[in-house]
Design a binder for this molecule. Structure first.
Ligand code: IVH
Length: 671
C-alpha cells in the first residue's frame, strides 16, 4: 500500500471506528462486536505507525477516555477511576510479575484474582453509612451523577450493614466501586418482550445496562433488572490492607461480591485460575471479558503507582478474541469427495483465538448473496473453539467500489463437468463426474486415511503428485504402483518409493469394515461401515443388498440405504471393484463365529471397568454374539456399565430389554 492508498484507507477506518464509538458509547447501539472494532483500531494504529505523518488529533488512536453526557451533573471523583492494561497469556503475566518484582525489590507474597465483569463501572459514595451519590466512570477524573437511577437497583444498599468489623466504614466518607451488570437471562427476556412489542432489540447486556443508567427517567431504570457487584473499597486517610479484606468487608457491608474470587500465591496458581474459568465463565449469570489479577497487598499496590491510565499493580487477563476483521482476497470453489461444490473464501491471514485463519467456508451461493460478501471486501470473521471459521458480515462502509460479486461457476472448476443443482435442506451444487480429479484425489486420500486403510505416506501431497504424473486415477491404481515408477518422480527418493510401495502392499488384505469405509460412500461413516460389515459379512453380499435389507441393519436408515444401493449400481464403481480384485486385493470376510453366544444380541451403555467397548464388542463377536451400537427391538441384553446416559436405559425399559451387569457379561463370555 502506498501513501495515497494508506491515506484513503485511514480516512475510511477513522470514520467507521468513530461512528461505531459514538453509537456504542454514547447512544448504546452496536453496529459490530467490540472485538471487530478492536481489530479495525489495530489496523488503523498499524497504518499510522507506518505513516506517522497521517496521524491527526481526532484519530480514535489518540483518544484517552469517553465523554461525560451533558444531561447529568458532572462530578469530580475523590480519586481517579483507572483502567487496566491487558495481558493475553501466561508469558505476559510472568513479565508483569517480573516488572513489579524489580520495582518492589521482592516478589509480592500474594495476588488476588476475580473474573472481569462486562458491565459499567460505578462509584458509590456513602457518608456516615448512607448512600449519597452514584457516579459513572466518565473520563476517569469526573463522572456523571446518576444517583437517582442507581438507587433503584436492589443490590445496592442504601444504608451500609453494621457489624463489629464494619464500624469504621460507617462514619465519614466511604467509597465502594463495582460493576453494574445485566444478567444474561434478564437480557434475553427483555429482548423477547421488546420483540413481541415490535420494539428494536438491544445489542448486548452491557450496552443495555449502560443505556439504562443513562436514562433521565429513573422510573424506567427501576423497570429493568440490574445488579451491582462490588470489587473495591476506600475510606478516608487509610488503606484497607489487602484486596482479600476488601472483598470480605464488602460482603459484610451488604454488597454482592464474586465468591469465586480468591487469593493466590504464584503464577502457577494464576494459570490454574485462568484455565478453570476459560469455559466455566460462560456458566456465570453475567458476561465476563476476562479476569482481573491484582497485587493483594494494597500498600504495595499504591507503591507501584500508575502509568498513563492504569495502575502497575494490576492487569486484566483477556481470553483470546473470537472475532477479527480481515480481507477476502478471493473466493474459489472446492469440490468434495462426494462432488459437492462449496465456495471458500481465501482471507488475508489473521490470528483469531490463537490460530491463523486464512480460509472460511461460505456454504453456498445463497449464503454469499444473503450476506452480500464480495471479493475484496473487509469482513468480520468469527472463530470459536473448534468451529470452522465463518464470515459474520462484510463492512460495507469500507468498500472502494472495486469489490467483485461472486458468481457460482456453471462447470466443475477442475474437470469442467456441468455442476448439478440439488436441493436438500439448502441448495448444494454437485460435480457429478465420478472421475473428476478433485473428487478423485480426495477419495484416494480418504481411502488411505487412518480410519480407513491407514496407508502411511499417502497423504494429500503425494496423492496429487501421483495423479499429476498419471500414475493413478482411482483408489485401486495404487496397488499397481511400482518402485521404478515412483523413483522417476522428484518427490520419491529411492527409500520413500520403497517404503510407500510396501506400505500399500501391506494393506492388500483389509478388513471388510475398513474397506467399506474407505470406499467413501456418501453417508457411510466409520460406525456404519462396521455395522454393515458385521451384518453382511462379505462385500459380495453387501453389493447385492436391497434398500429393504439394508434398513434391517441397526442404525441404517433410508438415506444410508439409498446411498449404498446407488453406489454399487454405478458402473464406474463396479469397474473399480473389479480392478481391486484384479490387482489382488482380497477383502477379509467377517467370520460369523458360532459359539455359546450364537446370534445373541448385546448393546452396552456407560463405561465398563475391565475392558473398553471395542474389546467387549470383539469378545462378544468371538463367541458368536452380535454387538449392536444401539438398543433395538431384537436386542437380547443391555449391559449396564458406569456413568450411564439415560437414552439407552429409557429405550430398554420401554422395549422390556433384559439388563445385565458387567459381571454377568463376563460370566456369559466365559460360557
Ligand atoms: S478491579 C484499577 N475487578 O474493569 C482498577 N475491576 O479495566 C481495578 N471490572 O474499572 C479494578 N470486573 O470497571 C476490578 N472484578 C473486577 C472487575 C473490574 C470488572 C472493570 C472495572 C474497572 C475495569 C478496569
Amino acid at each position: 500500500m502506498n501513501q495515497a492508498q494508506a491515506k484513503k484507507r485511514i480516512e475510511k477506518l477513522k470514520e467507521l471506528i468513530n461512528e461505531y464509538r459514538y453509537l456504542y458509547h454514547v447512544k448504546n447501539e452496536s453496529i459490530m462486536s467490540e472485538e471487530a472494532a478492536d481489530s479495525l483500531k489495530h489496523e488503523l494504529a498499524n497504518l499510522e505507525n507506518q505513516y506517522p505523518d497521517l496521524i491527526t488529533p481526532d484519530s480514535p488512536t489518540q483518544r484517552v477516555a469517553g465523554e461525560v453526557l451533558k444531561a447529568f451533573n458532572s462530578v469530580e471523583h475523590d480519586q481517579r477511576m483507572l483502567s487496566l492494561n491487558d495481558v493475553f497469556n501466561v508469558k505476559e503475566i510472568e513479565a508483569w510479575v517480573e516488572r513489579i518484582t524489580k520495582l518492589l525489590g521482592k516478589a509480592p507474597d500474594t495476588y488476588f484474582e476475580d473474573v472481569k465483569m462486562d458491565g459499567l463501572a460505578m462509584s458509590l459514595i456513602y457518608e456516615n453509612g448512607k448512600l449519597i451519590q452514584g457516579l459513572t466512570r466518565g473520563d476517569g477524573y469526573r463522572g456523571e451523577d446518576v444517583t437517582l437511577n442507581i438507587k433503584t437497583i436492589e443490590s445496592i444498599p442504601l444504608k451500609l450493614r453494621e457489624s463489629e468489623s464494619t464500624k469504621k466504614y460507617l462514619s465519614g466518607r466511604t467509597e465502594v466501586r463495582g460493576e453494574i451488570v445485566m444478567y444474561k437471562k434478564d437480557f434475553e427476556e427483555l429482548n423477547k418482550k421488546r420483540e413481541s412489542e415490535g420494539l428494536p432489540l438491544f445489542a448486548n447486556p452491557r450496552n443495555t445496562a449502560a443505556g439504562t443508567i443513562r436514562q433521565l427517567d429513573s422510573k424506567l431504570v427501576s423497570e429493568r433488572k440490574l445488579y451491582f457487584r462490588s470489587y473495591d473499597l476506600f475510606i478516608e486517610n487509610e488503606l484497607v490492607e489487602t484486596n482479600e479484606l476488601v472483598y470480605k468487608t464488602l460482603d459484610e457491608l451488604g454488597f454482592l461480591i464474586n465468591k469465586m474470587s480468591k487469593k493466590v500465591k504464584s503464577v502457577k496458581e494464576i494459570e490454574d485460575f485462568i484455565k478453570t474459568w476459560e469455559d466455566k465463565r460462560h456458566e456465570l449469570p453475567f458476561n465476563t471479558d476476562g479476569l482481573v489479577i491484582k497485587v493483594n497487598d494494597r500498600n504495595l499496590f499504591k507503591e507501584l503507582g500508575i502509568v498513563g491510565k492504569a495502575p502497575r499493580g494490576a492487569v486484566a487477563f483477556k481470553y483470546a478474541a473470537e472475532q477479527a476483521t480481515t480481507i477476502v482476497k478471493d473466493i474459489f470453489v472446492s469440490i468434495g469427495r462426494t462432488g459437492s461444490a462449496t465456495p471458500v473464501a481465501i482471507l488475508e491471514p489473521v490470528v483469531i483465538a490463537g490460530s491463523t485463519v486464512q480460509m472460511a467456508t461460505l456454504h453456498n451461493d445463497q449464503e454469499i448473496a444473503r450476506k452480500d460478501i464480495r471479493i475484496g471486501d473487509s469482513v468480520i470473521v468469527h472463530k470459536a473453539g473448534d468451529i470452522i471459521p465463518e464470515i459474520v458480515e462484510p463492512l460495507i462502509k469500507l468498500r472502494t467500489g472495486k469489490e467483485k460479486i461472486f458468481k457460482m461457476p456453471e462447470n466443475c472448476p477442475d474437470c469442467n463437468t456441468p455442476l448439478k443443482k440439488e436441493k436438500v435442506e439448502d441448495v448444494v451444487y454437485r460435480c457429478v463426474n465420478e472421475k473428476c480429479p478433485s473428487r478423485m484425489y480426495k477419495l484416494i486420500e480418504h481411502y488411505a486415511s487412518k480410519s480407513a486403510l491407514d496407508i502411511e505416506g499417502l497423504g494429500e501431497k503425494n496423492v496429487i503428485a501421483l495423479i499429476n504424473a498419471n500414475l493413478i486415477s482411482d483408489q485401486a491404481d495404487i496397488y499397481a504402483l511400482r518402485v521404478s515408477d515412483l523413483e522417476e518422480l522428484e518427490r520419491f527418493a529411492e527409500v520413500s518409493a520403497n517404503k510407500l510401495v510396501s506400505a500399500i502392499k501391506d494393506k492388500k488384505n483389509p478388513s471388510l469394515a475398513k474397506f467399506i469405509y474407505g470406499l467413501g460412500i456418501r453417508h457411510v461413516g466409520v460406525q456404519t461401515a462396521v455395522d454393515l460389515a458385521n451384518y453382511f459379512t462379505s462385500l459380495d453380499k453387501l453389493s447385492e443388498a436391497t434398500e429393504e435389507e439394508l434398513e434391517n441393519v441397526e442404525g441404517v436408515g433410508s438415506v444410508v440405504a439409498e446411498s449404498v444401493v446407488e453406489w454399487f449400481a454405478e458402473p464406474t464403481n463396479i469397474k473399480l471393484l473389479a480392478k481391486f480384485s484384479e490387482y489382488g486385493v482380497l477383502i477379509q470376510e467377517v467370520k460369523k463365529t458360532t459359539g455359546p453366544l450364537n446370534n445373541i444380541k448385546f448393546a452396552i451403555t456407560g463405561s465398563l471397568n475391565t475392558m473398553g467397548r471395542e474389546i467387549a464388542a470383539q469378545l462378544i463377536r468371538d463367541k458368536g454374539g452380535v454387538f449392536q451400537s444401539s438398543v433395538g427391538k431384537d436386542t437380547n441384553f443391555l449391559v449396564v456399565g458406569e456413568n450411564v446416559g439415560e437414552s439407552k436405559l429409557i429405550k430398554a425399559n420401554k422395549l422390556g430389554t433384559k439388563q445385565i451387569s458387567e459381571e454377568d457379561l463376563i460370566k456369559l463370555l466365559k460360557g
